[in-house]
Design a protein around this ligand. Sequence first.
Ligand code: CU
Length: 489
Amino acid sequence: MDRRDFLKIAGATALGAGVQAATPEQVRQVIAAGQRASVANAAPDFSLRISPVLVEVAPNQTVSTIGYNGVAPGPILRMREGQRTTVEVVNDTDVPELVHWHGQMIPPEVDGSAEEGTPTVPAHGRRRYTFVPQPAGTRWYHSHTMAGPDLNRGLYTGQFGFLYVEPKSDPGQYDQEIFIALREWQPYLTAEEEDEEDAGDRQQRQQAPPPPGVRRKNKSDTPTGLEVAYRVLTINDKALGFGEPVRVKQGQRVLFRILNASATEPRRISLPNHKFQVVALDGNPVPKPQSVELLQLGPAERIDAVVEMNQPGIWVLGSILPEERQQGMGIVVEYAGQTGTPQAAAKPPHEIWDYTMFGNNGSVPPPDGKFQLTIEEIHGGPGKFNRWLINGKSYPNTDPLKVKAGHRYRIIIRNRSDDPHPMHLHRHQMEITNVDHQPTSGVIKDTITVLGYGDLEMDFVANQPGPSLFHCHMQIHMDFGLMAMVKYV
Ligand SMILES: [Cu+2]
């Protein structure tokens, strides 16, 4: 809108209001209307087209799914922190869709959650999302539709991609930046086997040590119900051994931005003979960067880690478990001038992943309010889905978390089920304040995994008015009850 148009509209408004000159409020309204009009007419900053795609995960192995812009994962979207951005989404499929901007502090109208009131992108229609990206860091975008029993919907499809929000100033102390999305394809429903209960198995299953007095038993004696399994695993769009390697030179510092883009599966990965210096979790810099051998990511979690390339060779960055690498969960890291067979982890690192090692010691001030949430599972029995409860209720019957703007709240999770749960709060950031009775502070995330039978506390400041979804990011858990709404009152 140029100055002449502005005067014309401003004049029309003033006439309509029956006065000689527009009031400051009228001028503000006219400017806002003009900005909305110019946003609606201008070319979008990004375009995403939702349509069927074929993903060649290996020679002669092609996955048929739904994706963005003809590929899966979708394009890496690089936005600037604080700079208003418009994404036009065209939906070429027969079902309404939603794109969620995961980890962004943006209004419910554009967050991409039907439960919060975001309008869908209609089947064979289009819709624009306009928002101001913040905070900076490694975020992602993905479908936020319910799937329920339909494994061709939501996060089971290829509708996901990296959203990197560039900070206003980036120190950039690295030589290469590599985006790594952990992913699996061709989901199918299966009956889960009953748990074994030894320590190694507990670590494998990502469970906390049993607290005294807690009886590890489900509410019902019904056998466990259906789970999701996958036929092929990949990093980005290729199974181990079939994609281009990550090419590095000795002495380089390589920044890996790693996303677990799984619908349901936690992962643990390593790069033999190398250490990861973890600098950010979920895109937010950590108070105490640490060097570790093992990275653990629940679904939707991200880790930014710098690796100093000082062990020339050909290596596999991938799952610590041979059977998962066999299925494809890995990528080759190739030093310049080196040849030979890629070397994978001979045995899993002994390390245990623990959020508190990246946090400050000591506790945070008491919050203004607390929510105690106990997570339990009701087994579905053969051929049926398990149900998930928060304080005895499944979504949409779960009690809302009622908050007042400007106050700080503590969510206290008691996980009384054997599965880990990556708990995601939309439109806010959370600070981890206690992990299994160990106080900590300063680690800020949007998705926090509570281990099986674990206890975890996280604080958030209610600074984003409007409904906000709080849920487990495993599609099969959220769709079967593990969700609650944060409501501003
Ligand atoms: Cu869960």
